[in-house]
Ligand binder design. Structure first.
Ligand code: NAD
Length: 546
């Protein structure tokens, strides 16, 4: 039975689905103070919140059994994502539920400012009849520039086309074909495009890159008399610069649903009396339709339940990638990359300082959408290798969420490259460096029988399946070494299941890998490390998926 705590008012449709689920106990406690929340989260498996419940470190520490936080909406600013990731708590949201609501609000704002609707309404309500004062601007034939061509941006484009507008899209992260399929021109450069548009509408997330992207300098690039719409995030626009551009007639008008500080303070420049006739403001109501709220509630209920059950789910905010979206082959490579990390960290002496993960032939982009975070923009396989390295180094399990955070914190530099070794169609290579040492592992998944194979260690050719318990060692390449280790393990009642030896001509050194039945204890490793023939001896356990 999973306990799910709802801390804010959420549309009943999704809650009803959870109430019907036989394995869920739904607890609704809206409006708790911090103390009550800390008490109530102690034994819950999942939380459903909106933006009004701060889920910081204290709450996450108190919630010992917490596995999932579901945000009924999009923004997760109230949740400490880093800390949730460290605790292995998945944060999910519902970014698709309100796409159409926000799209329609964009047009509501656009039409309102073009036809001065709020101003006309106010005037009529005051008993006036000033038809000439409300001369509007027609959308047909105008050029719209959409900045951010994701879910909402592309829906805005479809509707703009229906109004007979020419549409440009600025979004460096999409394929040009995505825009072209909707009859939209994908522009490569922002400032040039700003000069071409009659209407500029913002649909990007707020990131360090997009923060303040509409500022004094970019506003000067706007076509004179353009209209600006912001139904995305407040911090995208420098509000002082925008108010000045309206005041000076460089902008014909602007409409905002979102503000840098919400609610805006009385002295917010967009509230200035002298520009009121050229501005339309709404209180962040882009997602506020019954349909959107119902959709959001159903989406989070479905995904929360799936996440609790360990089934595939969508919209995890703090997972760098969705493992279940990998193909079975991709999952084999993912598990293998982690094992390469474990092996490399067992060989390298000292704390890992950098990781270079190289691949050949592994089709990352085709199998999974990789989320780019400011702290993590690596492929799933590099993250898996990093996870393996850190697990071995720190001696505990680490989630895919936590691995990049730990790497950043510990100054482990992660780099990715491609390799051109044509012996294998698919190849992964991991180089882990510490201050004193380095380890190089090569591995593949065989094409015919889909088996994971380690095919190289530190330049020694190998060929074994990383599965179960191993003793690994580097030794002086001289007669009798294998006999010695065989007899010693025999005395200790440790059975050798398989044996692999790699030699480098002329080096005088060899690399050995013994697969054994059962574990090796510390004293066995100490005894073997004391034998002159060995440079070093260690043990490795490969668990998990094959
Ligand atoms: P999305 O993730 O589907 O799309 C965002 C797009 O922005 C992506 O295609 C991305 O590539 C692009 N982008 C990122 N950085 C960029 C940059 N520097 N320059 C240009 N493009 C860039 O998101 P979405 O669901 O379409 O939401 C868009 C925005 O609308 C978000 O900020 C979201 O929070 C906001 N939103 C507001 C409301 C509201 O109530 N007003 C409701 C829903 C969504």
């Amino acid at each position: 039975m999973w306990k799910v705590l709802v801390t804010e008012k959420v549309h009943p449709s999704g809650l009803e689905e959870l109430r019907k689920a036989p394995d869920v106990e739904l607890i609704e406690k809206v409006g708790m103070n911090e103390e009550e929340l800390l008490f109530c989260v102690r034994d819950v498996d999942a939380l459903i919140t909106r933006s009004g419940t701060p889920i910081g470190r204290k709450v996450l520490e108190a919630a010992k059994k917490l596995k999932v936080i579901a945000r009924a909406g999009v923004g997760v600013d109230n949740i400490d994502l880093d800390w949730a990731s460290r605790k292995g708590v998945v944060v999910i949201n519902a970014p698709t539920g309100n796409t159409l609501a926000a799209t329609e609000q964009t047009f509501a704002l656009l039409l309102a400012i073009c036809r001065k609707l709020p101003h006309a309404f106010n005037d009529v309500s005051m008993g006036n009849w000033n038809r000439k004062a409300f001369m509007g601007m027609q959308l047909h034939g105008k050029t719209m520039l959409i900045i951010g061509f994701g879910r909402i941006g592309s829906q805005v484009a479809k509707r703009a086309k229906a109004f007979g507008m020419d549409v440009l899209a600025y979004d460096p992260y999409i394929r040009t074909t995505k825009a072209e399929e909707l009859g939209v021109k994908h522009v490569p450069e922002l400032e040039g495009a700003l000069a071409l548009a009659d209407i500029i509408t913002l649909h990007t997330p707020l990131t360090s890159e997009t923060k303040g992207m509409i500022n004094e300098r970019t506003l000067r690039a706007f076509k004179k008399g353009a209209i600006l719409i912001n139904c995305a995030r407040g911090g995208l626009v420098d509000e002082i610069a925008c108010a000045n551009a309206i005041r000076e007639g460089r902008l014909r008008g602007a409409a905002f649903d979102v503000f840098s500080k919400e609610p805006p303070s009385k002295d917010n420049p967009l509230l200035a009396e002298d520009i009121r006739d050229r501005i339309v403001l709404t209180p962040h109501i882009g997602a506020n339709t019954h349909e959107a709220q119902s959709a959001v509630s159903s989406i989070i209920a479905k995904n929360l339940l799936a996440a609790l059950k360990g089934e595939p789910y969508e919209h995890a905010v703090n997972l760098p990638f969705m493992e279940h979206k990998l193909s079975p082959q991709g999952r084999r490579f993912l598990a293998l990359a982690r094992k390469m990390g474990i092996l490399a960290a067992s060989i390298v002496n000292g704390a890992p300082g950098s990781i270079l993960f190289s691949t050949r032939g592994i089709p990352i982009e085709e199998v999974v959408e990789v989320k780019k975070y400011e702290y993590c923009s690596h492929s799933p396989y590099a993250i898996a290798a990093l996870k393996g390295v850190l697990e071995r180094h720190l001696g505990r399990g680490i989630s895919y969420m936590e691995a990049p955070i730990l790497a950043q914190e510990r100054g482990v530099y992660v780099e990715e490259a491609s390799i051109s070794d044509s012996r294998y169609r698919y190849l992964m290579q991991l180089k882990v460096k510490s201050e004193k040492d380095e380890a190089l592992i090569q591995a593949t998944v065989t094409e015919d029988d889909c088996k994971q194979r380690i095919i190289g260690i530190n330049g020694y050719r190998m060929d074994f399946e990383p599965k179960g318990n191993y003793i690994i060692f580097q030794n002086h390449d001289r007669p009798g070494v294998i006999g010695k280790i065989g007899s010693y393990l025999g005395e200790k009642d440790i059975n050798i299941a398989n044996f692999y030896l790699g030699r480098k001509d002329g080096s005088g050194l060899a690399f050995g890998v013994l697969q054994i039945d059962g574990k090796v204890n510390k004293s066995v490793l100490e005894d073997l490390n004391a034998v002159d023939d060995f440079i070093w001896v260690n043990s490795v356990k490969f668990e998990g998926d094959q």
